[in-house]
Structure formats: C-alpha cells, structure tokens
Write a protein that binds this ligand. Sequence first.
Ligand SMILES: C[S@@+](CC[C@H](N)C(=O)[O-])C[C@H]1O[C@@H](n2cnc3c(N)ncnc32)[C@H](O)[C@@H]1O
Length: 208
Amino acid sequence: MNVEDYILMHGDAEPDYLSAINRKTHQKILNPRMLSGHLQGRVLAMFSKMIRPDVILEIGTFTGYSALCLAEGLSEKGKLHTIECDDELEDFIRKNFKESPYNEQIELHIGDAKNIIYDLHDTFDLIFIDADKREYQTYYDAVFPKLRPGGFMLIDNTLWNDKVLDEDGRRDKQTAAILAFNENIARDTRIEKLILPLRDGLTLIRKK
Ligand SMILES: C[S@@+](CC[C@H](N)C(=O)[O-])C[C@H]1O[C@@H](n2cnc3c(N)ncnc32)[C@H](O)[C@@H]1O
C-alpha cells in the first residue's frame, strides 16, 4: 500500500456517478490520466464546500469529473460554467452531467476558453484552471478581472511532474510556460498564493 491508498482508505469514497465517469473515461477516452481522480477530486470538493461559491468557472472540462467535484460546494442557487475546446467530448460530458445531481446547475461551453471567457459576464467566487499549460498566463490575465476580491483560484499541474526543478526544463515548451507562469504568480502582489504539493501541484490563490 502507498500513502495515497492509505489516505483514500481513510477519507470519503467517490460518489457512484464519479467512479462511473472515472471508469468510462479509462475505457473510452484518450489520455484518461488527465482526469483529476479520487484524491484530487475530494480536495476540490472540500475546498468548494469551504468557499460555498455562488458562481464557479472551470477552464478544461475533459470528461466532467472535476466540474462535478467543484459543483458539490455550490450554494443552493449557484452555477458552474465549464469550458472545453474538444467538441468530440461534448456528448460524453453532457451524459455525465445528466447522471449527476448537478446537471441543472452546470453550463457547458464548447470552444476555446480564450474566446469564451469574454462572453461570460458573471463575477466568479472560485475559478479552476486546468487546460493547456502553455496558455496559463493568458487564461489567468483574462479571468483575473472577473474574480471577485476575496475570491479563490485553483490552478492545476503547476509542479508539472516535478519538471519545474529540472535544469533542462526551459527547453520543453510546456515546462517553460509553467516556470514563467509560476514566477509571475510569485511576483503578483494583488494575490496571496501557495503551491500545494498535491498530485502534480495545485496552486491556491486568493485575490486581495
Ligand atoms: C487536464 S484536462 C482537464 C481535466 C479535468 N479538469 C478533470 O480534472 O477531470 C485539460 C482539458 O482542457 C482542454 N483544453 C485545452 N485547451 C483549452 C482551451 N484553450 N479552451 C478550452 N479547453 C481547453 C483539453 O481539451 C482537455 O480536455
């Protein structure tokens, strides 16, 4: 048994509709490892329940797993917007949302987040960024004005399989982008920030 197995044995199980998405994603979809999974999913759900957001934005839906974890914390009339650019995933995602208790509270947007962000006119209490690593700074700059003061942002994969520590990291475009992004976040005085060493690194941000 490893430490993650131990943690999972002593925490909450995944709801059935989430374990079904996990299983179907591994059976039918390319790159199933992109899915947040049991441990990170429970962390996202717990953060969302602590924040109790009215409006959430997610960038990078994939098969809907993390969106449904975040939706667990929504206020009673709360809403979650999630953006996915791969239109081949649309039917699979919509079916997954329909089989959950949160379908009515979720709005799926199919298209490039870099465009769709500008069509959304809400102010967000919680934003989760988990899409193309090379575009993190672009997403961040676009969503920052839409995050309410005191609101939170969670950003996935910011340790990038520990490649951020790799001397040669700057040669690979995704690692170089994550390194530059992390440096900009460290210097940004408008926020409080912390990289949590969970899975592939999860940056927690609070807008002052
Ligand atoms: C790591 S996966 C997301 C995993 C999901 N959040 C979860 O935890 O289950 C990243 C997703 O972002 C999508 N994506 C990449 N670039 C995007 C963009 N510019 N706009 C919207 N979605 C994008 C990809 O197609 C992919 O499905």
